[in-house]
Design a protein around this ligand. Sequence first.
Ligand code: ATP
Length: 303
Amino acid sequence: MASNEVSVRVPAKVNLQLSVGPARADGFHELATVFHAVGLHDEINVRSRTEGSGIAITCVGEGVSEVPLDSSNLAWQAAALLADTARLEPDIEIRINKSIPVAGGMAGGSADAAATLLACDALWKLDSPRSVLDRLCAELGSDVTFALHGGTAIGTGRGERLTGVLAQGTFHWVFALAGVGLSTAAVYAECDRLRAGEEVEAPSVSESLMQALRAGDPVLLGKSLRNDLQPAAFSLRPSLKRVIDAGDEAGALGGIVSGSGPTCAFLARTAEHALDIAVSLTSTGLVRSVKRTSGPVPGARIS
Ligand code: ATP
């Protein structure tokens, strides 16, 4: 690849547990979550512009009509933030090739931000320390830091404070994709509405989940999946309950709405078992498409 361009591959995430605490004074919720990076990737290519100035974005792939191409794109914001920190003019073209479902609860925008940060850092030969990149990620959004790190990790605070998890083995997943996305802000607002008047406990990650990851035990992991946003996602999109039930009937070890949804994640025993579940889900006609993959996978990497 020419030295005036850099490509980065970055994975999607699923939250194996998403424990949502009370809303904080700044409007965010205190979280305890276990992020798990899976093999659905966006590819970002950043190159110096030969004509014109400033940041230009193009995007190809699935659901791209929903992806903004202006300064509201998280990839744009990542490039602008790094340029500002390094005091340089960002005259670049960012090409996004999307495979991560847009507004699907798999942190696609956050992944693009992390990938752009890494790509621009290499393109501009800044060689920023990891601690600086982590700080910029946290400024860009709650899920961005994890997209840079990948693997399996506990996230606290808004999700941006990461601790690595001792995890063994590979887990096989089936993702059921929906045709129309859900807004993360709307799902959190619905969660608050459903819990109004209730005492909300401090968020926590269960010991059974940690044990499942330490042992590489998919059966225990399937039983330990939990997402506090799921009732809110069901309330806004009642058909999701039917998708989770269909995965259960198809023999999944566990099924969960991914993050704020509407993508649903199902855990399988093996790659063959994942294929069976994918075929069953497809035949229900309830989902737009299914993707099979595994995790954990590494975070954003120059390709
Ligand atoms: P979350 O990180 O909250 O789980 P999500 O995975 O549900 O988010 P994204 O794919 O990140 O959803 O997109 C949410 C919205 O962000 C989109 O509807 C789009 O308008 C906007 N957006 C900004 N930048 C991007 C990007 N690079 N890719 C996709 N969407 C983006």
